[in-house]
Design a protein around this ligand. Structure first.
Ligand SMILES: [Zn+2]
Length: 456
């Protein structure tokens, strides 16, 4: 049987399985020994494994951390990595987020696109490939991840418990044509204590909510004499608002939010607030750290004044976002999210940044690092996937580099491939998430062909 015909033949079953999967609320829940990511997640994994068994595949549940099914024989293995966990539904739905309703040619529900749709599509793609009888020389393993949205601890477990590393593979949890470069990602926390005297003093600072979001608002309460407060009130504009308080003024900075991977598209409200604070006659130690942050970061988004500006041709410049700043009258804490180009390394930037903060009296209190990912365009993996994409869409197969991190970073030798086509409406993590039935089937066909060409 022709492979594409075989995929089409599974449409009804695929839709039914996807609906069943969406109806299981697989948001990370309370952990127990039996359910490390909560019962909903385990139920959803059980469903996928049962569906795979019913299709005739051997399956494994790796200590309830994740699971897989496999087809074929051979020394080497190629992998498709999907995930069954979802982000919480949130508000604003016009459909049941866990209903799996099909209307106007779209499957609605949390996970329809991210990532249950593509994962279940991959399962039926594998069945179609087997039915077609095409010979393959590598095994194909479909990995069912369960913790992509909240830390990828599922794949850390897989790697640390002897999980086989594929020779090549892809995750349908990004976009087409292929994402072959992902910047390195560092979240770092600093804090410091300080003393204040004099009649102008910081009482409180609150800015931002997450390291990977450009803060839209930042506020500070400052003690100051009535005369100074009166003159500040006159300086209010659309970015900085001063309001009178009992002790002095409250300063509110209004920026523009953007994703932390593209801070240049936003205006950092913390940066604006720091500018305003620098104009006040703060006492020495307060002035020192406020001025340091203003001068070394402020509204910058490339780490220029910190001395870590760098770029490469594949992925562009290092990006930096001062995501949160919290303080009171004697301490300040902040979190920075920065992303270095794919051909650079942690060593190229982290020490320089840390030294600058140490010199200004800050202590590093936390750090998370995800290495950059880069698979050359000329590689067998990227060339094969680009070929499949071009053959099935007629569109230009140009690989992409991004600032964000995909599930591809969770295990070696993987790139993100699909499920989103250029120009598609992206409803991941939003209300009324959906995938068009037609696009779902297109994904299944592309995945089947990609599995075959990588394994043959
Ligand atoms: Zn995802």
């Amino acid at each position: 049987m022709e492979l594409q015909e075989a995929v089409k033949g599974y449409e009804e079953q695929l839709l039914k399985s996807l609906q069943e999967s969406i109806r299981i609320r697989s948001v990370q829940g309370e952990a127990s020994e039996q359910y490390p990511y909560g019962k909903g997640v385990q139920d959803c994994l059980d469903h996928a494994l049962k569906t795979a068994e019913a299709l005739g595949f051997a399956t494994i549940d790796l200590d309830h951390q994740m699971g897989w099914c496999e087809y074929g024989e051979g020394e080497e293995m190629v992998a498709v990595l999907g995930h069954l966990d979802v982000v919480p539904e949130g508000d604003g739905w016009s459909f049941d987020p866990f209903g799996g309703e099909i209307r106007d040619g779209k499957v609605f529900g949390r996970g329809a696109m991210d990532d249950k749709g593509p994962t279940i599509a991959a399962l039926y793609a594998l069945a179609a490939l087997r039915d077609s009888g095409f010979p393959i020389r590598r095994r194909i393993r479909l990995l069912f991840g369960t913790n992509e949205e909240t830390g990828s601890n599922d794949m850390k477990y897989y790697r640390s418990h002897g999980g086989e590393i594929p020779v090549m593979g892809f995750t349908p949890d990004g976009e087409y044509p292929v994402i072959n470069g992902e910047k390195g990602l560092i979240n770092v926390n600093f804090s410091r204590n300080y003393t204040q005297d004099g009649d102008v003093r910081i009482l409180e600072i609150h800015g931002g909510s997450a390291p990977n979001v450009v803060p839209a608002e930042a506020k500070a309460k400052v003690v100051c004499p009535a005369e100074l407060a009166a003159s500040l009130l006159k300086k209010s504009d659309d970015r900085i608002q001063y309001e009178k308080t009992e002790e002095g003024v409250q300063i509110t900075a209004a920026g523009l939010s953007a994703h932390g991977a593209t801070p240049e598209l936003g205006v950092n409200a913390i940066g604006l607030l720091l500018e305003a604070l620098c104009e006040l006659p703060l006492s020495e130690e307060a002035d020192r750290w406020v001025r340091f942050l203003e001068e070394k970061i402020g509204l910058e988004t490339k780490g220029t004044s910190l001395g870590i500006e760098m770029a490469d041709e594949i992925s562009g410049n290092l990006s930096l976002n001062l995501g949160t700043l919290e303080g009171d009258d004697h301490s300040a804490a902040l979190e920075i999210n920065y992303r270095y180009p794919v051909t650079k390394s942690y060593e190229d930037c982290a020490q320089i940044l840390e030294q600058a903060f140490a010199d200004a009296g800050f202590t590093k209190t936390g750090e998370r690092h995800k290495k950059s990912l880069y698979v050359p365009e000329e590689s067998e993996l990227v060339q094969t996937l680009l070929g499949v994409y071009a053959d099935h869409t007629g569109l230009e197969p140009i690989p992409k580099s991004i600032g964000g991190g995909t599930y591809a970073k969770a295990i070696p030798n993987i790139v993100a491939f699909g499920p989103i086509f250029p120009g598609d409406e992206v409803r991941e993590h939003k209300p009324d998430e959906f995938i068009e039935v037609e696009k779902l089937m297109k994904n299944a066909q592309i995945i089947a062909e990609a599995m075959y060409r990588l394994a043959k």
